[in-house]
Design a protein around this ligand. Sequence first.
Ligand SMILES: [Zn+2]
Length: 476
Amino acid sequence: MASSNNVSLEKITALAKRRGFIFPGSEIYGGLANVYDYGPVGVELLLNIKKLWWQRFVTRRVDILGLDTAILMNPKVWQASGHTQSFTDVMVDCKNCKLRTRADHLLENYINQKKIGFDLKKIQGLGIKELGLIFKKHKIPCPECGQSDWTEPRHFNLLFETHIGILPEKKSLTYLRGEIAQGMFVNFKNVIDSFRVLNPELEYGLPFGIAQAGKAFRNEITKGNLIFRMLEFNLAEIEYFFDPKKQNWQKIFESWRIEMEKWVFEELRLSKKNIKWRVHSEKERAHYSKHTEDLEYNFPFGFKELYGLAYRTDYDLKNHMEKSGQDLTFTDPKTGQKILPHVIEPTFGLDRTFLALLCEHYWEDKVNKRVVLKLPPKLAPFKVAVFPLLANNQNLVNKAKKVFELLKPNLATAWDARGNIGKRYYSQDEIGTPFGITIDHQTLKDKTVTLRDRDTTFQKRIKIQKLISYLSSLLR
Ligand SMILES: [Zn+2]
């Protein structure tokens, strides 16, 4: 199965490894399942995604404030939020070979392979008993040993346990955060007490949002499709608080749907045909949500969740208010009334954004026999690469170094003097560098260089002194 861009996950994985985007975690020790590291090129792309997100949703808005909260939290947070109870996946164990796996994923793969008449969309809405019955009825085989001898499906908690303290008798149990939202809910009072929160009309009051980006952890064991499903992953999220008596949740939900689509189409440049929304069924919805929709991307392994949009009501603030005994209401500056705000939560998976960008912009240029990552220039790890035409001509190398040093403080600039010029271009094409600059003999005479465009391979000559302003205008 391939996305409509027709690139396989194998090709993406190979490119990611070859060019330093993504490495398997702890690889020299045989790796660690569902853990990956970002390489020298990958970390730049990930940071660029995060920076662009932050600019768009925090820096440039009056009504959203940023936070950066800790991964470790008081375990009472996770009891109050319901995660110690309800943050679960349904798993089955093979009685023969002891494989433990997610029941819904197993069923989904089986249906995809056998093409049995079952609506895939219904799987996520199935209860634990119904799943058990389907496993028996269809004799779903174990992917490891081929037998069909399963335990009844059971809930397993996804919170990662850890311990604080080094003395065994004094160790206390806590968790790596299972979502980044709780850090924002437990700081709600700190934020409104320390900052005059503004709504979009520049008035003090609701609605306003709190945002953060950071790592969350889930103790999952299902095969992850590269960085699609990892034990630790990067999220960017907004909690958008509003007064349910004055603002209609459907309207706010709808406005966030539009904001998320704009981000996807304008900044990431994903194509419309590769994006769709899917409404969660009642059984699938997380315990805190009244309405959830996923924005799905057409990955090489099918349409899957890229982002989520959830109406969490006042579930979290209410529970934290009860369990902590602290007043988490917001006082309306006009009426003096105390309001317990409701919240709409757009969640952006940053690793999934990364993977979608690779899949969407991967292009095999048959004419020029090359692979190109047509990344939006704003997100490209390097904006420009500088090459001396001949690596053994000291005059050219010296001049090229001068151009490199001129550009480097202003733009993310790569340097390459290996092999021939064609190979250097192709290796930059594969990491998505929008422009290549070559210093040749004519440069020494008239201070011009050739500037090559990644997508068209078209080349033009341009004065060195005009490079920064010219490139900056194209990279906007
Ligand atoms: Zn088995």
